[in-house]
Design a protein around this ligand. Structure first.
Ligand SMILES: [Zn+2]
Ligand SMILES: [Zn+2]
Length: 371
């Protein structure tokens, strides 16, 4: 970056302290990061400038040299545009965008295990009471033949001589911004940082074997589909210094034809006859856990909802149970026997009507014209 004032690049005064510099860098890096500016060469260029400036100003030695001479060794030289990818500034970038840790200087031996996800299907009744289950699953465990090293007899793998165990080699490319040095995975060890000369015959050098596991799972009442139980370190096991993954048991509540769930509330429907709706009745319906008695009041209307307190579901963290909401569906009989028909006609007469089949109404007229 020739002829560019590094303090100007970061937008800080010359007497800015380390914290100011870092904060300005983070703000700008976030603003110009390629991930948030895809296909924007200007932002990319700016991003590179910010990084180079921060690389120098965040290093007390380089900063002192820059303050004194207006340049540093990094800037001088035949390629003033030289941009060193993988420099000190990138540690901070990794912190910011990937949640921690600069790329390791020397690879740890071993591999991370990786997380596991299992689905567990449960019923509404389980939501009411909570549930205990045993889940079984296959996961990767360290190979018993090599104790996870991948080398025959459990010997330690050897450090890769091509990359001195870092797993990365640098490559210099000429580009429009000058020479760019990028780090790529070491081809000798495929980025592992170590090589296995004599592979374990049991696992073919992978260091892992599949093993069946069982785990008791306790599900609290009030859970909902999509919630998961988290068991740290119980997923695929790491080998060597690798980290073991976590186990997630994802809960699924099976759909139940009888009920619709809305949080702690349950909705259901109840068919009643016209006499039941008109005269009222005491009926027993299926609740989520056994029978529920409810009162259909005289004169109930179609679509009316009866609330049965405390027959819904519990909240996840305790508290009172929700309610059961029962919608009334008043059934009109499709066929009548002679006695029923006679009685309904009688009833109609008492209501001042004399229905004689498809008759005087608009629909009746339409019906007749069609004939
Ligand atoms: Zn093995
Ligand atoms: Zn290597």
């Amino acid at each position: 970056m020739p002829n560019v004032d590094l303090y100007e690049v970061l937008g800080v005064p010359r007497d800015a302290d380390a914290a100011q510099i870092k904060s300005a860098f983070r703000k700008l890096a976030r603003q110009y990061h390629p991930d948030v500016n895809p296909d924007n060469p200007e932002a990319e260029e700016k991003f590179k400038q910010i990084n180079s400036a921060y690389e120098i100003l965040s290093d007390p030695d380089k900063k002192a040299r820059y303050d004194r001479f207006g340049t540093t060794d990094d800037q001088a030289g035949p390629n003033p545009g030289d941009f060193f990818a993988g420099g000190a500034g990138f540690g901070d970038l990794f912190d910011m965008f990937f949640g921690g840790g600069a790329p390791p200087r020397r690879k740890r031996q071993g591999r991370d295990g990786g997380d596991m996800r299992l689905d567990l299907k449960l019923t509404l009744r389980d939501v009411l009471h909570g549930a205990e289950r045993t889940v079984s699953f296959l996961r990767n465990d360290p190979c018993s033949g090599c104790r996870g090293t991948g080398a025959e007899g459990g010997k330690s793998p050897e450090e890769c001589s091509s990359c001195q165990g870092t797993g990365q080699v640098s490559r210099v490319q000429n580009t429009f911004i000058g020479q760019v040095r990028t780090m790529t995975a070491c081809p000798t060890c495929a980025g592992e940082g170590f090589v296995i000369k004599d592979k374990c015959s049991q696992c073919a050098g992978r260091g892992v074997q599949s093993a069946k596991q069982e785990r008791a799972v306790k599900v609290p009442p009030g859970f909902d589909s999509g919630m998961s139980l988290h068991y740290a370190g119980e997923g695929h096991q790491g080998t060597g210094q690798g980290r073991s993954g976590d186990l997630y048991v994802v809960l699924q509540v099976a759909s139940d034809d009888r009920f619709e769930r809305q949080g702690t509330e349950l909705l259901t429907a109840l068919e009643v006859t016209f006499p039941q709706a008109a005269l009222g009745d005491r009926v027993t319906i299926e609740g989520v856990d056994g029978d529920v008695e409810l009162e259909v009041a005289p004169g109930s209307q179609p679509g009316q909802v009866i609330r049965v307190k405390g027959q819904g579901l519990p909240a996840l963290h305790g508290g009172r149970r929700g309610d059961l909401h029962v919608e009334l569906i008043v059934r009109v009989p499709k066929t009548l026997n002679a006695e029923q028909e006679r009685l309904i006609r009688e009833l109609g007469k008492t209501m001042g009507e004399d229905p004689s089949g498809p008759g005087p109404g608009i629909l009746g007229n339409l019906f007749r014209k069609k004939k």
